[in-house]
Design a protein around this ligand. Structure first.
Ligand SMILES: C[S@@+](CC[C@H](N)C(=O)[O-])C[C@H]1O[C@@H](n2cnc3c(N)ncnc32)[C@H](O)[C@@H]1O
Length: 306
């Protein structure tokens, strides 16, 4: 199935469902990836700068956990900015294999990395890490890197299944994973409702992408961006809420939106460090080191197969 057919069939299923929902992986076409890169620079978006600071400060300890001559596979690599700090601390990893669903953006990031590290073998793999992923035969020990707290986009049971999948792909190697922590809801609210409206544009890009790739007719100015924290579920929810009633056509099917109707586009679960370690244990991993910033905003975990 082509990527567009897959997007269409998931969007149709999501629009037929009650409540309406679609997976956040569909945010990431080229425009979505560029908007995400802008989010990473926002003053309110603490996760990127906090995780980068943790890597800057603790990369030598992380490199010690990873060991020499490893092949690093990064799941959802995006701009591959964070891995640079690991690559420098590791001195000479065998190869870097960035995996991402947003292929054009992935290729451009890989080219920049090759320019900056001429001695480093970089082999980008375009694909969806939640589906069958054709990784190249490993060059030495394979280690996983999964920053950005993308694990938070999955319901806890799906997160557990994904961690098991990664264990299979890593063939006995460890996983360095970034996890966003439970914190003051006001800090979370600001991070997903930035004053420049970049997160709103990122959210709305899902509908813009559907219009571009699937010839749907969403009226983009007929939707609000809505993001809020659900303390009982410890998650941020992101929605697109209809402000002007409309009927949208997708692959011949018509979907009516009344004012106030919502399309749920993302969850971002927050964990305590111990809560995440328990999840990792249930998924067959042995949690080892944890690094956190002094304010307890974000964490990086080193997991080994149990
Ligand atoms: C939140 S961004 C994180 C980017 C980067 N790792 C960071 O920490 O800044 C998520 C990245 O994962 C990619 N992605 C999302 N879902 C994916 C999937 N199912 N398979 C492969 N890549 C995915 C997106 O294209 C995007 O580049």
């Amino acid at each position: 199935m082509s990527a567009a057919d897959e997007f269409a069939s998931e969007l149709v299923a999501g629009l037929r469902a009650t409540p309406r929902a679609v997976a956040p992986k569909w945010f990431y076409d080229q425009a979505g990836s560029e908007l995400f890169d802008q989010i990473c620079e926002l003053p309110e978006y603490y996760p990127t700068r906090t995780e980068l600071a943790l890597l800057q400060r603790h990369a030598p300890e992380m490199a010690e956990c990873i060991g020499r001559d490893a092949e690093i596979v990064e799941f959802g690599a995006g701009a591959s900015r964070k891995v640079r700090l690991l690559i420098e601390a590791l001195a000479s990893p065998r190869r870097f294999v960035p995996v991402d669903i947003s292929v054009e953006h992935l290729q451009a990031a890989a080219a920049r990395l090759r320019d900056d590290h001429p001695g480093l073998a970089v082999l980008p793999v375009g694909g969806d890490y939640t589906q069958d992923l054709a990784l190249p035969a490993p060059l030495g020990r394979r280690i996983g890197f999964y920053p950005g707290s993308s694990i938070g986009n999955f319901e806890p049971a799906a997160a557990e299944a994904l961690l098991r999948r990664f264990a299979g792909l890593l063939q006995g190697g460890g996983l360095l994973i970034g996890v966003d922590l439970v914190k003051d809801p006001a800090v979370l609210h600001a991070a997903y409702n930035d004053s420049q409206g970049v997160t709103a544009r990122f959210n709305l890009n899902l509908l813009a992408r559907a219009n571009r790739e699937l010839a749907t007719d969403f009226a983009l100015d007929g939707f609000w961006h809505s993001a809020f924290y659900q303390p009982a579920l410890r998650r941020i929810e992101m929605h697109l809420v209809c402000r002007v009633a409309q009927t949208v056509t997708l692959r011949g099917e018509r979907f009516a939106f009344a004012r106030g109707d919502s399309l749920h586009t993302e969850n971002s679960y927050k964990y305590t460090a111990e809560g995440f370690r328990q999840l990792a244990r249930r998924a067959g991993w042995a949690p080892r080191a944890v690094w956190q910033d002094p304010q307890g905003l974000f964490s990086l975990h080193w997991l080994e197969p149990a």
